[in-house]
Design a protein around this ligand. Structure first.
Ligand SMILES: Nc1ncnc2c1ncn2[C@@H]1O[C@H](COP(=O)(O)OP(=O)(O)OP(=O)(O)O)[C@@H](O)[C@H]1O
Ligand SMILES: [Mg+2]
Length: 190
C-alpha cells in the first residue's frame, strides 16, 4: 500500500500542475455543480474553506452564497489546540486575511464565533479523495477532528479537481469519510 506521505506529494504535484486559468474554469464548474445539490438548497449555516495555493477556489462561491442568503462560516487554525476555530464572515474579500501558514483566515472576533454544532453543511478541502469517499488531507488531522464534532446530519461535501481523485487512499480509524465529492466533471456520491 502506498503510504500517505508519498501519495500526498504525488497528488499535490498533479494539483499544482494545473494552470491558473484551468483552476479558475474548473472551480467555476465545481461551484455550479455544488449550487445544484439539494443539500445546498436546504442548508442555512455553511462552512466553506478559504482556498489557498492550488486548491479549488472558493471566493466567488462564497460571495454567491451570501447573495443567496446563507450564513457563511470560515475557520482560523489554532495550532496550539490543534483545532479549527469558526467565525462568521460577511465579506470574503475583506474578512479573510493571510494567517497561519499563509492560509486566508477570519479575525478572532469572539462576537462572531460559531459553534461546530451550528453548521448545516461543511465544504472541506483536501489533497485527494478516492471513489469510496476516503480523504487525504495535509497531515494535521484538523479536519478529522472538526468532523468529530460536526452534527451527524450535516452533509459533508468535498471539492476536488479530477486530478486529485486517486484509486485508493490508505486510511486510519480517525480519518473522516466524505460522502459527496464534487469535481469539475461529476458529483461522486458514496
Ligand atoms: N480525531 C483525532 N483525534 C486525535 N488525533 C487525531 C485525530 N484525527 C487525526 N489525528 C492525528 O492527526 C495526525 C494527522 O492525521 P491525518 O494524517 O489523518 O491528517 P489529514 O487528514 O491528512 O489532515 P487534515 O484533516 O488536517 O487535512 C495524525 O497523527 C493523527 O493521529
Ligand atoms: Mg486524515
Amino acid at each position: 500500500m502506498v503510504d500517505k506521505a508519498r501519495l500526498r506529494k504525488e497528488t499535490l504535484k498533479r494539483r499544482d500542475a494545473l494552470s491558473a486559468r484551468e483552476r479558475e474554469t474548473k472551480s467555476a464548474q465545481i461551484a455550479e455543480r455544488f449550487f445544484s445539490l439539494p443539500e445546498y438548497a436546504s442548508a442555512r449555516t455553511i462552512f466553506v474553506y478559504a482556498a489557498f495555493r492550488s486548491e479549488v477556489q472558493t471566493q466567488s462561491l462564497m460571495v454567491e452564497m451570501l447573495q443567496g442568503g446563507r450564513r457563511l462560516v470560515a475557520s482560523r487554525t489554532d495550532p496550539a489546540a490543534r483545532r479549527l476555530a469558526l467565525f462568521e464572515i460577511d465579506d470574503p474579500l475583506q474578512d479573510l486575511i493571510s494567517g497561519y501558514m499563509g492560509i486566508p483566515e477570519p479575525a478572532a472576533d469572539a462576537s462572531r464565533a460559531i459553534a461546530l454544532e451550528a453548521l448545516d453543511l461543511v465544504v472541506t478541502p483536501a489533497v485527494g479523495y478516492d471513489p469510496s469517499g476516503n480523504r487525504l488531507g495535509y497531515g494535521g488531522g484538523y479536519y478529522d477532528r472538526l468532523f468529530e464534532q460536526v452534527r451527524a446530519d450535516a452533509p459533508r461535501v468535498g471539492f476536488a479537481f479530477e486530478a486529485q481523485i486517486v484509486s485508493s487512499i490508505p486510511t486510519e480509524p480517525h480519518d473522516a469519510r466524505i460522502p459527496i465529492i464534487v469535481t469539475e466533471a461529476r458529483v461522486i456520491r458514496i
